[in-house]
Design a protein around this ligand. Structure first.
Ligand SMILES: CCCCCCCCCCCCC/C=C/C(=O)SCCNC(=O)CCNC(=O)[C@H](O)C(C)(C)COP(=O)(O)OP(=O)(O)OC[C@H]1O[C@@H](n2cnc3c(N)ncnc32)[C@H](O)[C@@H]1OP(=O)(O)O
Length: 308
């Protein structure tokens, strides 16, 4: 457990994060789509070509909704530092992601981010930070999306009394990514193989953490080899939902939650099971080779009609 004697969680929650900026072009949009497996098994896939190519003379490359998570990448130039909180960056894992989408993304954009701490929890063996980022289109001032990123800092807990562990969050409980998986048969199932070099491709979208590329670093972190980025797995799962439920129309996705339950090794096969629940899709993703659930969550949709 980290020496966190100088860490005052009450001070941490009033910490002001600086605003940050992020810019992307169509090239970033297409590279991201390839990184989460779009067109990987069919280079002319009729649902997915639009994310990587100006199909049929289309004017702009279409942006996938999970691209939203990348907008936060440069929000914390010094990592997830909170004054006084000590942790080993090699033991950091991505725990959860919550995304709200307010309008479709332009194919290139300059972004202004407002960042705040939405949650902080002492789990004894770990500390959990929840960082909220609101992303505005610089030119129009329009709010494009909100991300809440949960990081799980192994070994950094124990900064409060174990009889009354510190726990703070400033958002409604119905926005937590944990979901109850129905016992019924899934409405749809989609299988997709990640490539052995998937993490090496995905990292070019901006998350260069060596956990996903460096064998020695991965061993120190407790894994037999580099693991896949959690957001890459989430991208595969949401692509499966766009294909299986949205008939290829990604603009119907309004919110996304995901809880990373177990690591994925590049090259493994992802099987995403989906259930319809009102205007939400509940999903879980399993690694076929190990028969283990690695991700679960929900996706909020607009215009879900009875023909499904
Ligand atoms: C300001 C802008 C922000 C910047 C944004 C940056 C961009 C985004 C990038 C951020 C990501 C950082 C770098 C990325 C890293 C990765 O991608 S790592 C790969 C993806 N993640 C994983 O593979 C993790 C998979 N999950 C696990 O291995 C395990 O679930 C776990 C996280 C190690 C936890 O397991 P365990 O220690 O066994 O936990 P438990 O004993 O079951 O539970 C303890 C308490 O913690 C709570 N909890 C458990 N899992 C999670 C989780 N995934 N997320 C959140 N909370 C979790 C659990 O509920 C327990 O709490 P209590 O019930 O209160 O006791």
């Amino acid at each position: 457990m980290a020496d966190t004697s100088e860490f005052d969680p009450n001070l941490a929650i009033s910490h002001n994060f600086p605003d940050s900026t992020y810019s992307y072009t169509e090239r970033d949009v297409a590279l991201y789509a390839l990184g989460i497996g779009a067109c990987a098994s069919n280079a002319v896939d009729q649902d997915e070509l639009k994310y990587v190519y100006h199909e049929d003379g289309q004017q702009f490359i279409k942006v996938l909704p999970t691209f939203a998570a990348l907008l936060t990448l440069e929000s914390l130039p010094n990592g997830f530092d909170l004054p006084g909180l000590q942790y080993d960056p090699r033991l950091l894992l991505h725990g959860q992601q919550y995304i709200e989408l307010y309008k479709p993304f332009p194919s290139s954009c300059h972004i202004q981010n407002k960042v705040s701490l939405a949650g902080l929890h002492d789990k004894g063996k770990a500390a959990i930070l929840e960082i909220e980022t609101k992303s505005y289109e610089k030119e129009s001032g329009d709010l494009l999306c909100m991300n809440r990123t949960t990081v799980y800092l192994r070994g950094a807990g124990g900064f409060s009394k174990s009889s009354k562990p510190f726990s703070y969050s400033n958002y409604p409980p119905n926005q937590t990514p944990a979901v109850k998986i129905p016992e019924s048969k899934p409405f749809a199932v989609f299988e997709d193989r990640t490539h052995p070099s998937q993490a090496l491709l995905y990292r070019l979208s901006g998350d260069y953490n060596p956990l996903h590329s460096d064998p020695m670093f991965a061993k120190v972190a407790g894994f037999s080899q580099p693991i896949l980025h959690g957001l890459c797995t989430l991208g595969f799962a949401v692509r499966a939902i766009i294909k299986s439920i949205c008939k290829g129309d990604s603009d119907r996705i309004k919110s996304i939650t995901g809880r990373f339950l177990l690591h994925v090794y590049p090259g493994e096969t992802l099987v995403t099971e989906m259930w319809l629940e009102g205007s939400r899709v509940i999903y879980r993703t399993l690694v076929k080779e190990r028969k283990r659930t690695v991700l679960s969550g929900s996706v909020g949709l607009s215009g879900l009609n009875s023909s499904l």
